[in-house]
Ligand binder design. Structure first.
Ligand SMILES: [Zn+2]
Length: 77
């Protein structure tokens, strides 16, 4: 991590549910507006605030925002 990442615009698939059963996800590219680190009992967690073109806004850990799509994604500590 360094100053170089500041110019990168990151996108995540929007994790918003479009139905009450949670079977359909929004999935549009949600822009990462802010990234920060939150302390937890397991150590620092990488968090982000994202906003998709439909106005869905999410604020949470990177893992919670992307985990549904990449369950086998390696966790770096
Ligand atoms: Zn969305």
């Amino acid at each position: 991590m360094g100053l170089l990442v500041e110019t990168d615009v990151m996108f995540l698939d929007c994790p918003a549910y479009l139905d009450k059963q949670g079977a359909v996800r929004c999935g549009l590219p949600a822009q990462v507006e802010d990234r920060y680190t939150a302390e937890s009992t397991d150590g620092p967690l990488e968090c982000a605030k994202v906003r998709c073109p439909l106005g869905h806004v999410f604020n949470g850990t990177i893992e919670s925002l992307t985990g549904y799509k990449c369950p086998t994604r390696p966790v770096s500590r």
